[in-house]
Design a protein around this ligand. Structure first.
Ligand code: PEP
Length: 253
């Protein structure tokens, strides 16, 4: 079975102490994860080591960085390199979140560089894609997200792209309380899988987890995750509340 993943994206929220308390509460729930299930915490960079040590003893709980720089190293004050993450034993990194695309001008080509650096450093990219409202209203969301995949991922050989996690996040659903319907989510996830199958093979497409992101909550996670091509979620707001994220983890297939 494909990996089923509940990934928390804390964004720029919580103090260090609040973050520690939240992790203690979630891990304290002692949710038994099956081999194919994974809970990941994408935390602010200064909390990476603390989070890594919190989850160290737990099976199937992992830590992710929320971003990395697209250059290997150099005079980029304030940035975090992939090599740094690797040296801290961080195994996942969110790449191309729509907030970074919008506020930091991240382009598909820049994201391809980040993906390459992550893979060279044994870090799994959680690659975000998704359309703005105007594109959804124009009905061209499939072409839009397919281009994001093509320009940032499809240079990879089949053996490598299998190591990617994709998160489909319609921008109009992020932090808005507006969730894509299960039909909308399933339809575009299935489409993305078919695009990957056309480029590579069905076998490759069937191995890649595709998470849904956009106002996933404790009360809708089960229904969304039940869609055959949805392999869990990337969760912002609801991942900041222990009781809610616990329910979301429990909703994994
Ligand atoms: C996100 O940050 O990726 C996200 C999906 O946020 P929210 O769950 O708050 O919509």
């Amino acid at each position: 079975m494909r990996k089923q993943i509940a990934a928390a994206n804390w964004k720029m929220n919580l103090t260090y102490q609040q973050g520690e308390k939240l992790l203690d509460e979630i891990l304290g729930a002692e949710i038994e994860l099956a081999n194919h299930q994974l809970a990941i915490f994408a935390v602010p960079s200064p909390y990476l080591l603390m989070t890594r040590s919190e989850v160290e003893e737990e099976s199937n709980y992992e830590v992710a960085a929320q971003n990395c720089h697209h250059k290997k190293s150099g005079a980029f004050t304030g940035e975090v390199s992939v090599e740094m993450l690797h040296s801290m034993n961080i195994k996942y990194c969110v790449i191309g979140h729509s907030e970074r695309r919008e506020y930091n001008g991240e382009t598909n080509t820049m994201l391809a560089d980040k993906v390459n650096l992550c893979l060279e450093n044994f870090i799994t990219p959680i690659f975000c894609c998704g359309e703005p409202l105007s594109i959804r209203e124009a009905g061209t969301q499939n072409e839009f997200v397919a281009t994001q995949l093509k320009e940032s991922l499809f240079h990879l050989p089949a053996a490598t792209i299998k190591n990617i996690v994709i998160a489909y996040e319609p921008i109009w659903a992020i932090g808005t309380g507006k969730t894509a319907s299960t039909e909308q989510a399933q339809e575009i996830h299935q489409y993305l899988r078919s695009v990957i199958a056309d480029q590579y093979s069905e076998a490759v497409a069937n191995e890649i987890p595709i998470l849904y992101g956009g106002s996933v909550k404790a009360n809708n996670a089960k229904e969304i995750f039940a869609c055959p091509d949805v392999d869990g979620g990337l969760v912002g707001g609801a991942s900041l509340v222990a009781a809610d994220f616990i329910e979301i983890i429990k909703a994994l297939k």
